[in-house]
Design a protein around this ligand. Structure first.
Ligand code: AMP
Length: 427
């Protein structure tokens, strides 16, 4: 059976599970059309603020104009990953959606050097994901909870892992090695892995279609700017360098993460200011970035509103934070041009990249040497899900593309399932 072409299977869907450190995102997606039958988010897990939202449209035909239905917080807080997932399973059963599910695709954050492609999950794969928890202590254990709950709930369905690090496995040694003793890499795996791979791959693929060029011939720089931020350089369709490192702390400044700092600051914090390792971890991951510099918020929207309100007590501080944020992203984009001899254009994606015309304008203003010129009219018009090129005619192109990691996970899961079925049919 060819999952991607059979009309009989057009209504079938992949259940996509994305377990974060304190949240679970889920969707039931038809892999070919990208139609979402059900989606939702459970967040603030294990805290008194825990909440869960599920939206569904059980009439899956694109032409049926049924209104979406939604349910919010039908579990009493606090609840954890497992309870949220069990609630999802009960909802899928109550809505008679279980028989539409052909497989479960799990976003797994760290695949280390083991996985450069989606993989069918078995006990060995689970062991490897567990061993890699030392590189992603907040995420891989949560991903395993998602896998275990779904295996128990749907024992007959294939479970597939799609790794956030996989797209970056094509990076050359010169991009993934740090300038520290080689043994730390060869014995302990300390190297750049990169993250947001599924998003960078999706937006690059979208641009390849827009410019009518095979992805394998495209040279792009992609900036995923959300609460987490990363810049990736794509050469002939493959990731050749990226700003996030061994952990999702390196690179550009983010919502609450510092991005690059002088590593000597850590020694200074310990020796001169008596910080503990836990305090440094909290400082750099949760109290820095836009939040730390603005002393107001990690949220770009809140900071833009404060910056443009002269009466806001933190107006100047918000402007400083956003200015440093944009400058650091522009510097990262410019530095990545060193990996290319030809550049088809730049891509903005993620909550900030897709919606903040101010941030995009500031970044592009810094990049005039690379021949990026923003068209103000197009920049203002390309927000809230609208995609397109926001550059002037004489500029190098600059696309805004709404990312859709869930759809990539659904498509790649369906493709793997197809390959497995075709292989077993020919054996
Ligand atoms: P994400 O992590 O991709 O969901 O992105 C979250 C970030 O996108 C937050 O900093 C939001 O403030 C930001 N964001 C979302 N919508 C807008 C908007 N209209 N203008 C500016 N920033 C936005």
């Amino acid at each position: 059976m060819d999952i991607s072409t059979s009309s009989q299977t057009n209504t079938l869907a992949i259940l996509v599970i994305n377990c974060g450190s304190s949240s679970v995102k889920f969707s039931l997606i038809q892999p070919k059309s990208g139609i979402n039958l059900l989606s939702g988010l459970a967040e603030c897990l294990t805290t008194p603020q825990a909440s869960i939202k599920i939206k569904y449209n059980i009439n899956d035909s694109i032409n049926d104009n049924n209104e979406n239905q939604s349910e919010t917080s039908f579990l009493s807080a606090p609840f954890d990953h497992q309870q949220a997932l069990n609630a999802l399973v009960s909802k899928l059963k109550a809505l008679d959606l279980v028989e539409k599910i052909i497989a479960v695709g799990h976003r797994v954050v760290h695949g280390g050097e083991h996985y450069s492609k989606p993989i069918l999950i078995n006990d060995d794969v689970k062991r490897t994901i567990n061993n890699l928890a030392k590189l992603a202590p907040l995420h891989n254990p949560a991903n395993l909870i998602g896998i275990n709950v779904c295996q128990k709930a749907f024992p007959k369905l294939s479970q597939i892992a799609i790794f956030d690090t996989a797209f970056h496995q094509s990076m050359p040694e010169k991009a993934y090695l740090y300038g520290i003793p080689f043994e730390l890499y060869s014995k302990h795996g300390i190297r750049r892995y990169g993250f947001h791979g599924t998003s960078h791959y999706f937006v690059a693929n979208q641009v390849a279609q827009l410019i009518n060029k095979p992805l394998e011939q495209c040279n792009l720089i992609s900036a995923h700017l959300g609460n987490g931020c990363s810049v990736t350089v794509i050469k002939n369709g493959k990731s050749v360098d990226t700003s996030l490192g061994m952990t999702p702390l390196e690179g550009v400044m983010m919502g609450t993460r510092s991005g690059d700092i002088d590593a000597g600051i850590i020694v200074h914090l310990v020796e001169q200011l008596s910080y503990s390792i836990e305090q440094i971890d909290t400082l750099l991951n949760k109290q820095s970035g836009l939040l730390g510099l603005s002393t107001l918020s990690n949220d770009c929207r809140t900071l833009e509103a404060a910056m443009f309100d002269d009466n806001h007590s933190k107006s100047a501080q918000a402007k400083i934070a956003l200015t440093v944020f944009c400058y650091r992203i522009a510097k990262s984009i410019a530095s990545f041009s060193a990996s290319l001899t030809q550049l088809d254009g730049l891509i903005f994606t993620g909550g900030i990249g897709e919606n903040s015309s101010w941030v995009r304008q500031q970044i592009l203003k810094q990049l005039s040497l690379l021949n990026f010129q923003v068209c103000e009219e197009k920049n203002q018009a390309t927000r809230f899900g609208t995609s397109g090129n926001i550059a002037t005619k004489s500029s190098r192109p600059c696309w805004v593309i709404a990312t859709n990691e869930e759809w990539v996970i659904a498509q790649q899961s369906a493709q793997l399932l197809n390959t497995i079925k075709n292989n077993s049919a020919s054996n």
